[in-house]
Ligand binder design. Structure first.
Ligand code: MN
Length: 205
């Protein structure tokens, strides 16, 4: 159960087979402006890997990009829409197939409007995670221990949440609808990048 920090790429062959949990940290919320600083990835066996990209990175990261593009690996995200845009823009790869715990939450936890990761982990897994480092400077030369812990905790619970949501989606008869939403997400991220960020193109006005 360790957190590993790598520079510019994931070492080859260190992840077990199967789904991987993925999250990103950037300089801000505007993808084209705010560079990708960190990508967190975990195979769910207890270790988290943080890959840091420098200010002048070329984002070539061949090992990481191969994992993200692997059609045999489901990528687990919380709010995949944002991460997909960052991964597409900087790493030039479409991280599919995918599962998004935020969408799964919206489709099953209709008794609440609280769908943040912290809320899901607390209610469904009974664990408290801190969000204190969420808005911190991810672009500096050294990441603090608090930043590394926070970044790792954002992927640490996604496998367990995924398993729980698979059950809940099945129970509520929304598995197919969820999959259709996941399949559309790369296009939703493309719309964000292409200039339709907060416009509902399905809306009447
Ligand atoms: Mn995060």
């Amino acid at each position: 159960m360790s957190v590993y920090l790598h520079e510019e790429d994931l070492p080859a062959g260190i992840l077990a087979e199967g789904p991987v949990a993925v999250d990103t940290e950037t300089m801000g919320l505007i993808t084209a402006r705010d560079r990708l600083c960190l990508l967190q990835i975990s195979d769910g066996r207890g270790d988290e890997h943080l890959i840091r990209f420098g200010r002048d990175s070329d984002y070539s990261a061949p090992n990481l990009r191969a994992v993200l593009a692997d059609p045999a690996r489901v990528k687990l995200f919380h709010y995949a829409r944002f991460d997909l845009a960052a991964i597409s823009h900087y790493l030039n790869v479409v991280a599919t197939p995918l599962f998004c715990t935020k969408i799964a939450s919206r489709l099953t936890r209709t008794y609440t409007d609280r769908h943040g990761l912290k809320e899901l982990v607390k209610e469904m897994l009974g664990t408290d995670i801190s969000k204190q480092q969420q808005s911190s400077d991810w672009g500096g030369p050294v990441l603090s221990e608090a930043q590394k812990d926070y970044a790792a905790s954002d992927v640490r619970y996604l496998h367990r949440l995924h398993a729980e949501f698979v059950t809940r989606l099945e129970r509520e008869g929304r598995t197919k609808l969820a999959q259709a939403c996941f399949d559309f997400l790369p296009h939703r991220a493309d719309l964000d990048l292409a200039g339709w960020p907060e416009v509902d193109i399905f809306g009447h006005s």
